[in-house]
Design a protein around this ligand. Structure first.
Ligand code: NAD
Length: 346
């Protein structure tokens, strides 16, 4: 077990902590990976990093393969056995390896703290001698892992929370956390494996018409809606933001994948009159200690599946291995990525 020197620094884990657990520390990436059979990382490698991976080694990280075809071509050429944790099937056996879920938990929590920090009002209701303060009104759009964590956190802080999701299964989950489910006269959009299906522009237009008054009536809107492998749907328009009360804000967790708010810019705060649109980027890295703690557990569980009696021997009949494998022995195993590469890159 070799760790690149300083790899844990941003999460406040010193090199000595890894050595105490039996790992060896190497000064540079090239030294650290030189003899490695399996290399684990948080973010996808750059094309240059991928070119320096030992031939025939295995690589585990978030790759988002369909969005980076040049990288996948290098992994294929170098006969790397690559696995992308964002492709992990949503089955109960895979839950302990589910890095998307563990990081979404961090994002949902942090999004509420950003909202509470930037809002010029209290979250909880207060009845004081100096007057009664009403609770903040929080609207959560998209009640998957991040959305549910946002609801739970906002409730703990005392806000009144409303939420909406296109999957009917989300209704009971939202209610069980003490939030109200916003009922819209729209058909369900259930996709595969617990995810939402891709929605037509007509559906999204009708959704925007119905959700607009909910957005305008909220102090904090947290948007988390995503469709795997697609651009995030636009749910909050510029007109809605302009209609919000002074001091209110939108925290857009989908800013990096296209944005649920049409004004979001990833990593930036956009001000529209007296309303802030906060387009968050890589929120898990803003809480590195626990984000790393959870991600490392996901990785070690996944590595356990790749090993049999101490040898690296992935079983490609296992749906978790088959589902996450992107390249193997010079082939692209992830069908949508293969089709994109064979069909000519966009
Ligand atoms: P996600 O990040 O892909 O999307 C976030 C949410 O946005 C989803 O709930 C989706 O339905 C919703 N959404 C999409 N379009 C929308 C729209 N137009 N308006 C409102 N909401 C919209 O999803 P996720 O958080 O990764 O998880 C989705 C589901 O998978 C959840 O039900 C979760 O409980 C389930 N899950 C299961 C497992 C498992 O069984 N191993 C693991 C993780 C998640």
């Amino acid at each position: 077990m070799v760790v690149q020197s300083g790899a844990g620094k941003g999460a406040l884990f010193a090199d000595g902590a890894y050595e105490a657990k039996g790992a060896r520390i190497k000064g540079s990436v090239s030294e650290a990976i030189a003899d490695a059979d399996v290399i684990c990382k948080v973010q996808a490698p750059t094309v240059a990093e991928a070119q320096s991976l030992p031939q025939n080694s295995a690589f585990v990280s978030f790759l988002q393969p369909a969005a980076d075809l040049d990288l996948i071509a290098v992994l294929q050429d170098r006969r790397i056995t690559s696995f992308s944790l964002d492709l992990l099937p949503r089955i109960s056996r895979a839950q302990a390896m589910d890095a998307l879920s563990s990081q979404a938990t961090v994002s949902g929590y942090r999004a509420v703290l950003i909202g509470a920090d930037r809002l010029p009002r209290f979250f909880p209701m207060f009845m004081t001698a100096a007057g009664t303060v009403p609770p903040a009104k929080v609207l959560v759009l998209g009640a998957g892992v991040a959305g549910l964590q946002a609801i739970a956190t906002a409730r703990r802080l005392g806000a009144v929370v409303r939420a909406y999701d296109v999957r009917p299964a989300a209704r009971d989950e939202v209610k069980s956390l003490g939030a109200a489910f916003v009922e819209l006269e729209l058909e369900a959009q259930e996709g595969q494996g617990g995810y939402a299906g891709e929605q037509s522009e007509d559906f999204l237009r009708r959704q925007r018409e119905l959700i607009g008054k909910e957005v305008v009536a909220s102090d904090v809107v947290i948007t988390t809606a995503a469709i795997p492998g697609r651009k995030a749907p636009v749910l909050v328009t510029a007109e809605m933001v302009e209609g919000m009360s002074p001091g209110s804000l939108v925290v857009d967790l989908a800013a990096e994948s296209g944005g649920n708010c049409e004004l979001s810019k990833p990593g930036e705060e956009v001000t529209v009159g007296d309303v802030i649109v906060h387009g968050v980027r890589n929120l898990p890295s803003s809480m590195p200690m626990h984000a790393s703690f959870l991600y490392s557990r996901n990785i070690s569980e996944f590595l356990g599946l790749l090993n049999h009696d101490g040898a690296f021997s992935p079983d490609f009949d296992d749906e978790i291995i088959a589902g996450t494998c992107v390249t193997y022995a010079g082939e692209i195993r992830h069908a949508p990525t293969r089709e994109l590469i064979e069909g000519g890159r966009p």
